[in-house]
Design a protein around this ligand. Structure first.
Ligand code: PLP
Length: 384
């Protein structure tokens, strides 16, 4: 049996086109771009090309692209780098449903004298914009709100937030790790100051990320050492990662249409099939404003982890909560922030698709799921 991989918000397979592109950089083009010799020096032009490929996808200037090691580093750099560049302001605003890369970073700050505010969301995961507006003040250094939620796929009103922060003279960072490659983003039109990307969420390998920093935005480096990345991030360039994320961004542009038609239809087919064949199943999140590949469904009165184990017997990969919180039986902080009842939050499963999925796979999941749910409900202490 072939694995049915429906966990693409956790990580994606490397695209064949990306794999082909990076192969020479392991064996033939392995020089260090900082070297004086031609062998190393020639690598620079490949970095330049990748920077342009990323910038083209986002419609920004290549000089605004900083290569990092992952989405987590990009988030850390945006938050910590902004705060250290702006020592007079002591407040930072984020949301309760951010990825840990943002939440844990922000939650480390009060011990250093910062005031951190986490904006609420409603039962559909929508941000409380009035609270955000009220909280922005003269002491605010940064607002960091994600573009799209990794667990529910809910897309936030980034343009509205960006216009608000701009009008108040406050910097705005968005963690767009789940959005880039899935929905179009045009940074010429969208006035965000910083935006994070992760390579392994868009068919590049793990270990490469990007932080977009709008020209004129002052962000201090968080990794010190050599002068790589124009002094913005030290460390010998991850050339295979850089080339990979460049190619992945080029492909994302080509595949965007497919993602928003074929992948979306597959997701809808899966969701509809599961809702009609499984009792007491509810979709979590804002179904009107959602990533095309994601559905988060609560199967009430049972444990998500138990569902995952039974799906695993059929080699079906999905996730309960976010990949990073799985392994703990605490209900996801995102669903808790949305006020989803305990009996539903525990039974939530995230299915996240990609262009590598097909109808037969989706239909196989729809076929297997009702028996899994019925069996677990028979065993559930919550069902009388
Ligand atoms: N931000 C979001 C929204 C994510 O979903 C993830 C990973 O799941 C990250 C940040 C962290 O990215 P990385 O795994 O590249 O560090």
């Amino acid at each position: 049996m072939k694995t049915i991989y429906l966990d693409n918000n956790a990580t994606t397979r490397v695209a064949d086109e990306v794999f082909e592109e990076i192969k020479p950089f392991f064996s033939e083009l392995y020089g260090n771009p900082s070297s004086m010799h031609t062998f190393g020096g020639q690598i620079g032009k490949h970095i330049k090309k990748a920077r342009k490929q990323v910038a083209t996808l986002l419609n920004c200037d290549p000089s605004e692209i900083l290569f990092t090691s992952c989405g987590t580093e990009s988030d850390n750099n945006a938050i910590l780098g902004t705060l250290s560049a702006m020592p007079t302001r002591r407040k930072i605003i984020t949301s309760r449903v951010e990825h840990q890369a943002v939440l844990a970073t922000c939650r480390s700050l009060p011990s250093q004298g910062y005031h951190v505010v986490e904006i609420d969301v409603d039962k559909n995961g929508r941000l409380d914009m009035e609270q955000l507006e009220r909280e922005i003040d003269d002491d605010t250094a940064l607002v960091s709100i994600m573009y799209a939620n990794n667990e529910t796929g809910t897309i936030f009103p980034i343009e509205e937030i960006a216009k608000l922060t701009k009008s108040r003279g406050v910097l705005f960072h968005t963690d767009a790790v789940q959005a880039v490659g899935k929905i179009p983003i045009d940074l010429e039109k969208l006035p965000v100051d910083m935006l994070s990307i992760s390579g392994h969420k868009l068919h590049a390998p793990k270990g490469i990320g990007v932080l977009y920093i709008r020209k004129g935005t002052h962000v201090k480096p968080i990794i010190l050492g050599g002068h790589q990345e124009s002094g913005r991030r030290a460390g010998t360039e991850n050339i295979t990662g850089v080339v990979a994320i460049g190619k992945a961004c080029e492909l994302a542009q080509e595949w965007m249409q497919h993602e928003n038609t074929v992948v979306k239809q597959l997701r809808d087919r899966l969701e509809k099939g599961l809702l009609s064949s499984c009792k007491d199943a509810i979709v979590n999140g804002d179904v009107e404003n959602r990533l095309p590949n994601t559905t988060n469904i609560s199967f009430e009165f049972i444990e998500g982890e138990a569902i995952l184990l039974m799906l695993d017997q059929f080699e079906i990969c999905a996730s309960s909560g976010s990949a990073c919180t799985s392994g703990s039986l605490e209900p996801s902080h995102v669903l808790r922030a949305m006020g989803i009842p305990f009996t539903a939050a525990h039974g939530s499963i995230r299915f996240s698709l990609s262009k590598y999925n097909n109808e037969a796979e989706v239909d196989f999941v729809i076929e297997k799921m009702p028996a899994i749910i019925d069996r677990l409900r028979e065993l559930s202490p919550f069902v009388k």
